[in-house]
Design a protein around this ligand. Structure first.
Ligand code: FES
Length: 167
């Protein structure tokens, strides 16, 4: 979190963890403006990472995006059928050759969505702790009905109708 120019500060590189890191950045920046020492300042100082290290991180991060973009589409992850989905659980399953982000609620109803993230097209995964669909690429999150919870995605996941829960 450097001073970008006299009196101008910036914080970036949250990597999908803006709720937590943005709050920390706010505290570090307000302390910097007030001239108060902050024990986290050095931990988040941009120059702590050598250019070569940050380049390899950039390559790794984008390789992860490329991996998910391809692997998630070609079934490298295990698929399952809707009938094995337990109440309260969600999973990306394959039905008739199509991937579906399926969640079964406690009443047994299947909530079926397109698993293709509306940000840049990666395949979302089920987050059992938060009961949400989370994108592994840039951290977008969606609720069980596909509504955007957190960006960078701005459009909801598409609903899939006519999914037979007995399948
Ligand atoms: Fe970027 Fe999903 S592809 S958040």
């Amino acid at each position: 979190m450097p001073m970008a120019a006299e009196g101008i500060y910036c914080a970036t590189g949250y990597n999908g963890n803006g709720m937590m890191l943005g709050s920390i950045a706010g505290k570090i920046l307000s302390d910097a403006v007030l001239g108060v020492r902050n024990k986290y300042k050095d931990l988040f100082r941009p120059s702590r990472v050598k250019p070569l290290d940050s380049f390899s991180e950039l390559v790794k991060e984008n390789a992860d995006v490329a991996y998910h973009f391809i692997a998630d589409r070609f079934g490298i992850h295990e698929s399952d059928s809707l009938k094995r989905l337990k109440p309260g659980a969600g999973k990306v399953v394959e039905v008739d050759g199509k991937k579906i982000a399926a969640y079964r609620d406690d009443a047994g109803t299947i909530h079926a969505l397109s698993p293709v993230c509306t940000h840049a097209g990666c395949i979302v995964g089920w987050n059992s702790e938060e009961k949400s669909w989370d994108c592994p690429c840039h951290g977008a999150r969606f609720d069980i009905d596909g509504k955007v919870l957190t960006g960078p995605a701005t459009r909801n996941l598409a609903k899939i109708e006519n999914t037979d829960p007995q399948h």
